[in-house]
Write a protein that binds this ligand. Sequence first.
Ligand code: KDG
Length: 345
Amino acid sequence: MGKILRIVSVLAVVALAATLLAGCGGGDKKPAAEQKAEKKVIRVSIGLNEASPEYKGLEKWKELVAKESNGRLEVQIFSSAQLGDDIKTMTALRAGTLEMSGPSSSPIATIDKKWMVFDLPFLFANEKVVDAVLDGPFGQKMLDSLSSHGLVGLMYMENGYRQVTNSKREIKTPDDIKGLKIRTMENPVHLAAWRKLGANPTPMPFSEVFNAMQQKTIDGQENPNTTNFLQKFHEVQKYTTISNHVYTPFVIMYSKKLWDTLPKEDQALLLKTGKEASKWQREYNRKVDAEALEGLSKAGMTVTKLTPEQTKAFQDATKDIAAQFEGDIGKDVIAEVRAEIAKVK
Ligand code: KDG
């Protein structure tokens, strides 16, 4: 009898311990398997429209993420600044009220000045250099550095070389820029460079640019051919000059607050598919850039391609910008990117 009693009490203790342990999973935390099976929506905001190569690249990523997660992770893309422009959405990411955004690198400088390194005029001579730097240790270090600002840099996508457009006159020399009201991104290097060229630069979020050109509060702006064509800037601009004056990538980023709540396997899945999407998007962008330029010309814009000598005049006029911003960006950062560039040549 005593033995039976002992067995019964041991069983009771085991049962109690099992119940307590099950409860220990923590308040509202669900068991790992259940959490894994739960569907998750990841919202990503961009300023450009659905025809843009940035949107197409994110669509590709969305497909890859859905496939790899068997439909469990759903990327939802919000275009045309429906959720806010670059600076506003980065603030939302840092607060943890939005998962993702895909700003140009330039407005990141409002958070961390070293990002102005990509804004230095004529930094990247060609796409081979771009790929080596962005896919190499420098590019990765820049992405990693975002985590101290509440952001997780997942991947780069391509915006492309920026070209200047305006409604007043053909631009062939820095002199032709004198007095033009040019919209720039919200970034001190861009303002300084356009001021150096004699323009009257006005920083403005992207979503306001078309209206400002239509209402003639600005004369021009600068963006890659794809943006200029796919956002229909040719309807309100007459001249485009292929100046290739700067290459600023898109940085596809996640809110660190929300990233840290994701299971490790999901983080790995998003990073892995991101690499693939980023590569796909860069190739796609390079294919459609020439078509976009043709589109601008067919739509009636005067297209001016600078000769190497003409380009040199713009390079000379802006060559002091790097020294001017060396303190803000960091001498070491500039030296590091230049060393990476030198390896490619
Ligand atoms: O989606 C990116 C846009 O919000 C913006 O960064 C585009 O290059 C751009 C600009 O000129 O503002």
